[in-house]
Design a protein around this ligand. Structure first.
Ligand code: 3HC
Length: 330
């Protein structure tokens, strides 16, 4: 039986006009059976919208995420560190590409997604609006930021949308290398000269709270979590992922001899680490570009977009030329 397309009292808001309760039930049964949803499959409009929102924001985060560390390639302290950092930044560019590709079959064009980023309608991760002041920031980004990203993305590797899930598997394996090189570097500096120890500690002081924030607002303030959990996109909540991140990273940072800049941090009888209050005012101000480097980051992306126009035009001209003989034969 087909349900009317008019909203009915009591009808879940996620069932849009033109969709039926039966379609939703069949879709949710597929997810419950652990099947992956592929781009050409039927899906609720709200599932599609949420995926485009989340995957495109993730892609933007990767692309903008090249900037804070990319600035340090020319200033790396050794050839080894330079090659590691170059490889890492190139990986991140690739992650942006996989993610844009995962969003495109859902109906989002690359042009529309990029326009949303450059016009500030789309978000990207708050973490990349913080500056990199010293070389230790490169290590701290690897250890903390990529460590947080891996916790979140390992969870997303199990998500219900096939293309995103598969992209996450590949991305997480590369992120693991990013995380290891950052941790190796900071552990070395934490055991090094007084100057190196001070540099590592000072970097931790600046990156600790932003890395906790990047995992998203508390569950009670996360409007998207409900529907994403219902449809198997988010398999863990923002706070659950943050807890895993804390429980892994706090003991490791302490073992490295570093001081975590949170006077309220404690290990509870439940065996879990608990942090003090997070400054969510800072989080929202950074996302809106009112605090931090939002304008600088988007200015750099806009410049790269403008300077790359000739490449896009050349590729379009090549594609047009390749198509021409086939059309002539028609
Ligand atoms: N930065 C910017 N915006 C954020 C944010 C953050 N750290 N955390 C949450 N938000 C935004 C959300 O996008 C949402 O805004 P919107 O509705 O206008 O789109 C709003 O705050 C409310 O948050 P919700 O918790 O309701 O949002 P989500 O349910 O989408 O959860 C998330 C947020 C956990 C970040 C989720 O979107 C997610 O898992 N995204 C995919 C992973 C991702 O984007 N990671 C970014 C870092 S990538 C990285 O560090 C890799 C490195 O190698 C470059």
């Amino acid at each position: 039986m087909t349900q009317t397309t008019r909203p009915e009292p009591g009808r879940p808001a996620q069932i849009r006009d033109g969709e039926t309760a039966e379609q939703h039930a069949a879709f949710e049964a597929r997810i419950a059976r652990g099947e992956k949803i592929e781009a050409g499959d039927w899906m609720p409009a709200e599932y599609r919208r949420q995926l485009i929102r989340m995957i495109s924001q993730h892609a933007h985060s990767e692309v903008v995420g090249m900037l804070p560390e990319g600035e340090w390639i020319s200033r790396a302290p050794s050839l080894k560190r330079k090659t590691l950092l170059m490889a890492k930044v190139q990986d991140v560019a690739g992650h942006g590409q996989y993610l844009y590709h995962a969003a495109e079959p859902l109906g989002a064009t690359r042009e529309v997604m990029l326009a949303a980023l450059l016009s500030r309608r789309a978000k990207y991760s708050s973490i990349f609006n913080y500056p990199t002041h010293t070389w230790a920031d490169v290590g701290m980004i690897g250890w903390l930021v990529d460590g947080a990203a891996i916790k979140n993305q390992t969870m997303l590797a199990g998500c219900s949308y096939g293309p995103y899930s598969r992209a996450m598997v590949r991305i997480c394996s590369e992120e693991t290398f990013h995380h290891k090189q950052g941790k190796e570097m900071i552990v070395l500096y934490a055991q090094g000269t007084p100057e190196q120890r001070a540099m590592a500690q000072e970097a931790l002081n600046r990156w600790w709270w932003p890395s906790l924030m990047m995992l998203g607002p508390h569950d009670a303030d996360s409007p998207n979590s409900g529907v994403l959990a219902k449809w198997g996109v988010k398999l863990k909540s923002n706070d659950a992922v943050r807890q895993e991140y804390l429980d892994e990273h706090v003991p490791e940072l302490l073992e490295a001899g570093l001081t975590i800049p949170d006077p309220d941090l404690f290990r509870g009888e439940d065996g879990h680490w608990h942090h003090g209050p997070i400054d969510w005012t800072e989080f929202w101000a950074v996302i809106k570009g009112e605090q931090g480097l939002g304008e600088t980051r988007l200015g750099a992306r806009q410049a790269a977009h403008d300077e790359g126009a000739w490449v896009r035009e050349a590729m379009q001209a090549y594609a047009d030329r390749e198509r021409r003989p086939a059309q002539a034969a028609d």
